[in-house]
Design a binder for this molecule. Sequence first.
Ligand SMILES: *Cc1c(COP(=O)(O)O)cnc(C)c1O
Length: 395
Amino acid sequence: MFVYADNAATTAMSKAAIDAMTPAMHQLYGNPSSLHQKGREANYALMDARETVARCLNAQPREIYFTGCGTESDNWAITEGARLGAEQGKRHIISDPIEHHAVLHTLAKLEKQGFEVTYLPVHEDGVVRLEDLAAAIRPDTCLVTIMFSNNEIGTVQPIREIGALCRERGVLFHTDAVQAVGHLPIDVAADNIDMLSLSGHKFHAPKGVGALYCKKSVPIRNFIEGGAQERGRRGGTEAIPAILAMAAAMKDSCEHMEENMARVSAMRDKLIDGLSKIPRSRCNGSPDHRAPGLVSFCFEGIEGESLLLRLDLAGICASSGSACTSGSLDPSHVLLALGMPHEIAHGSLRLSLSEYNTMEEVDYILQQVPEVVRTLRQMSPVWSRMLETMEDPYQ
Ligand SMILES: *Cc1c(COP(=O)(O)O)cnc(C)c1O
């Protein structure tokens, strides 16, 4: 059996996305900035796509800027949020330690430029507390950037309340919603969001296209230098086929949100139940505030890497944490921020589902993972050392 359970790293393209992209690649090759009919044709399609994306977020079309990826959107929003603050003499930013590196590395760069960043604790469940945020906001705070839902442990933050607090205190609020768009209902107006980053390939659109929502009252400037595209704020000829595919995928996801959420979270819950039966295992993240498709576990006494290799041989595509840190031997910064010891954080497994997965696949995972964990433990020196001080749970 083959099971793709790494949807937080990237997703397969949907039929809706491919059906929108294919004719665009054949016919819509005009440059939307050109004044002739081929240009106009592309420009109309671009306007349609912008309207679709805006509608899914309850934003206005002119508040949507297409970008090259989620990383670019994050870099842009945070850099501009900081610049706008600095213009008013405000150089304090608030975030948290379990953000994606697109956010954390941008913040690190700003810290080198003299900004001060407060990282709110996320506690053992990975959730930011409103009272911690309220206490951290200062007169010189210019920006709060907190992700909508986490890509490693799936915790969903209280975004609407965070947004309300920021608005009340006059602080700009950006959220990295790359893991949330297409999977959770989002309403930028009701959720009090000023800036929001999204990326197509996390909801069945192609890789290499994203967007930034920026509320029209926020006077952001361009992040990269170039032409007059995107109302002068994001130069570079628009990737029409990819943008149309992203709009189609977003519309498709938003129209089927309720049923997809129900189906995917039922599979997630079954996985969590089943994996919890493995001795010395723990489910990471909050049980209550969790994205529909995300399951993250730690198994004591084994290495996440060897677990992944064995699962791969069994046809299961999973991950140990974020795709961006796999390949390095450091344990995930997210698991460490939850207060997990290094040796346990090493034995982590992330399974991320989408509506393309099935219950049969979940059953197959539940048959394979406990066996692989047991086999690896039999070979693990760490596990045998643990057996000196505890009863063997497999006896
Ligand atoms: C994938 C991801 C990103 C980066 O998006 P790209 O389009 O791959 O650049 C940023 N933030 C989160 C939470 C992500 O999961």
